[in-house]
Design a binder for this molecule. Structure first.
Ligand SMILES: Nc1ncnc2c1ncn2[C@@H]1O[C@H](COP(=O)(O)OP(=O)(O)OP(=O)(O)O)[C@@H](O)[C@H]1O
Ligand SMILES: [Mg+2]
Length: 271
């Protein structure tokens, strides 16, 4: 479904952008309880695209994200990132969770280079410090590289974890409700920051969220999932112009899109 006029976003038509992530006929049954968590999932993420997934609790969103991250094997189907099947965690997959999970005994900048330290050792981590400082400036934390996480606010800690995700130049960003622990104003601000960073880095991003407004304000496309078994039932193209601004939330078109998604989600409760 197309909700509005074409947007002046990119000279390259969406359909011609390079596929980065491809999932085909993917299913997941948890062996322990034989629960069919996902069935026949197909999705393609193209370079620079921001895609969100929404759906009721237990419909399989986190399962999908974990499979995409290589943290969980699918039962069947094809899961391919940059032409290579995903068989485990990879450096070209960036992840962000609800909590920032920074190590309290390391400074902000040391936390940001930690994935490199774990994968490639101390020397490589040291070499990455200038890049980490650059990323901190990008998220407005230029003066906070050498403080400990205990001295950061929740929003600042999440910004630091954005840097930690970006330090390895991942091909795809997988976000599992990254700002849901923050207050509403900080969350709005972080969403605008995320949009700016994704535009600057030309990131390809996939977001799990419970907030329909958050999904609409950030996304090029929204996938709506239904449970039992978990599957994608509708794809909604969000043709609002970019950059998106918070005042768009109050427009009739925005309300119409949110209402449409709510209708789809509402129906499922009775099936
Ligand atoms: N490790 C597991 N073993 C067995 N069943 C599981 C496991 N993890 C999840 N499930 C089941 O799979 C289904 C999908 O769970 P999942 O966590 O993916 O849902 P979700 O959409 O992320 O929900 P929420 O919005 O509440 O986070 C649920 O029915 C859940 O009970
Ligand atoms: Mg979940």
């Amino acid at each position: 479904m197309n909700m509005a006029e074409p947007r002046p976003k990119s000279a390259v038509p969406d359909a011609e952008r390079r596929p980065v992530y491809q999932i085909d006929r993917m299913s997941k049954t948890y062996a322990r309880n034989q629960l069919v968590a996902l069935t026949d999932v197909a999705l393609t993420l193209r370079k620079g695209e921001f895609v969100s997934v929404v759906g009721s609790s237990g419909c399989g969103k986190s399962t999908l994200l974990k499979i995409m991250a290589g943290l969980l094997p699918p039962t069947s189907g094809r899961v391919v990132l940059e032409g290579q099947p995903v068989t485990g965690p990879r450096a070209d997959i960036g992840m962000m969770f609800q909590q920032a999970t920074l190590l309290p005994w390391k400074t902000t900048v040391q936390n940001i280079v930690l994935p490199i330290e774990i994968r490639e050792g101390r020397a490589a981590a040291k070499a990455a410090l200038p890049r980490a400082m650059e990323l901190l400036k990008l998220v407005g934390l230029g003066d906070f590289g050498h403080v400990y996480p205990g001295e950061l606010s929740g929003g600042m800690a999440q910004r630091a974890s954005i840097c930690r995700m970006l330090i390895s130049n991942p091909a795809v960003l997988l976000l599992d409700e990254p700002f849901s622990a923050l207050d509403e104003l900080t969350r709005d601000f972080m969403n605008m920051e995320l949009q700016r960073i994704c535009a600057e880095q030309q990131s390809t991003a996939f977001l799990v969220t419970h907030s329909l407004a958050e999904a609409v304000i950030l996304s090029d496309r929204i996938l709506v999932m239904k449970p039992r078994p978990g599957r994608i039932v509708e794809e909604i193209v969000i043709d609002l112009p970019r950059p998106r601004t918070l005042d768009m939330i109050n427009t009739p078109l925005f309300g119409k899109i949110v209402g449409h998604i709510r209708d789809i989600l509402g129906k499922e409760a009775f099936q």
